[in-house]
Design a binder for this molecule. Sequence first.
Ligand code: GLU
Length: 302
Amino acid sequence: MTYRGRFAPSPTGALHFGSLVAALAGWLDARAAGGQWLLRIEDLDTPRNRPGATDAILRTLEGLGLHWDGEVRVQSRHLDAYRAALEALRVAGHAYPCACTRTEVAAAATRSGIEGPVYPGTCRDGLPAGRSARAWRVRVDDRAVGFDDRIRGRIVQHLESDIGDFVVHRADGIFAYQLAVVVDDAAQGITDVVRGADLLDSTPRQVRLQQLLALPVPRHAHLPLALNAQRQKLSKQTFAPAVELREGDGADDAAVPWLRRTLAFLGQPLPPIDAGRDALLAFATAHWSIARVPPRDSVVDG
Ligand code: GLU
């Protein structure tokens, strides 16, 4: 089977070092396997989108020399596909409507002595009298759901006790990330998911949805997170600096320091110091080894 990977940024702001780790590792893993690397813009959570962010992301990837294959898939153009998946789950009895507000979920969980945000199953057997549906949830059971991560090894969750029935269509009418991602990965024929370890926890839910919807389960590799000095994941919320590439002369070489830093973070050998962008990427592809990627998160400057 031909390798098909993807990079799936949300257009909530500019790329930062953390996004670069996912983009470069995914690109190298695909290129080293002679495969394809697809791009998807995850813009379903419309209140979080920022105008101009998609264009800025595409320009930055081009400036870094991380070219993608085929058309960019933009989630907001595929609402019918998510709707059809939700309908299939509903018809098969896997999804049910839920009336609970966040406060009610938290209160009911506390009453039943459940730790964390585990859904206590209030609406599982039907909506309480006089209440109407807000969200849709998928029913889970306590069978172990596991996968073999290429970096972290075997990961297992018991969805019922670890997560509870989870939301696939949100109370604000937005299809949940968990549902959209499995529909998209199948539609794009993705064989390999390479992404940050912040999503490690989501993967068993995605595997479960793939089982319920009879979709292929891709291989997974969850990358270490880049943390700031306060040990927070770099993100727009923690004010991670944007990857900025100078325009004009030598723009390609503006990518070099960012790419070298990212390769070092990923535990890969560095090319000769005078290598330009394309030579650096060729060297990194030839030497790429996922076995050298450290499984632990680490602190980076800025
Ligand atoms: N859109 C997600 C993010 O930016 C990534 C989703 C994924 O790779 O599955 O964190």
